[in-house]
Write a protein that binds this ligand. Sequence first.
Ligand code: DP6
Length: 318
Amino acid sequence: MQASALAHPNIALVKYWGKRNAAKNLPAVGSLSVTLDTLHTRMTVEFRADGEDSLVVNGAEAPGMMDRVARCLDQVVGLGRLPAAVTSEGNFPIGAGLASSASAFAALVIAANTAADCGHDRLALARLAGAASGSAARSLYGGLVELDACGEQIDLVQIAGANDWPLRVVVAITDDKAKPVGSGEGMIRSAKTSPFYMSWCVRQEEDLAAAREAVASRNFALLGEVAERNCLKMHSVMWSSRPPLVYWNTATIACMETVHALRADGHAVFFTIDAGPQVKVVCLPESVPMVVEVIKETPGVQTTIVTGIGDGARVVAS
Ligand code: DP6
């Protein structure tokens, strides 16, 4: 009745922002992401005959996150399940716009499914992870992943494998503190108050189609154009929400300028930014040393993490 699983966070190049059904946590828009390789969350779930649910995150009790974890376990295993002891360990900051909830819930559903021998397949587990955190559904798959939000339930497809296109992501950490407003709350605020929210939703399919085409033809320049445009549209929706959702700091903007300067110098590189101040710089392997060098020198950047493209969530030895 115990199992461990490991999952990587993923970074959306066409973003999920908005919920069609908040109770079921169904996204209002489709999204397209890359699963990373260096960063990970490892979850161990043990179902016990007695006691209460418990959650330890990076060595400390985390009662504040227990409800969301318990609800996810209920959905995977069923309401009559045994109490669970859950332990989570990650190698990167939580809640700072680095998709820690994506890797956490992806690893959680895999570990719980194995520990309780539930027999769900990967798509069913992705849907269960997505009910806990929309972006987590994508971390069940490796490589480049598209999440389709058109039907009654989400659908996911891997559109390129982890080794099919050697993309690299240089993450610029500009502030590793947890964000002031969580993504879920932010999305609900944007849907209620941003004058741009409706057109964000309506125009998403155009960006998805262009990104899909860019991946199919391995067209880096096109992927970069779509990803930066889509990211800035999402942040326009955030900024125009009331009260405004501004996740950037001055270093975030400085990094964007650095990326533009690199591109003007002929480097194949683009940025994307989620609900936090970190900047993810996507490039090809040959540009990594140059990107790291100039991003590190950009004022306000604390540190950088270099990642490649990783595999989907999987069971690992306990
Ligand atoms: C900006 O998946 O964290 O990173 O479903 O409410 O848990 P919930 O939201 P979450 O939102 C991620 C938002 C984003 C964009 C993206 O990853 O697509």
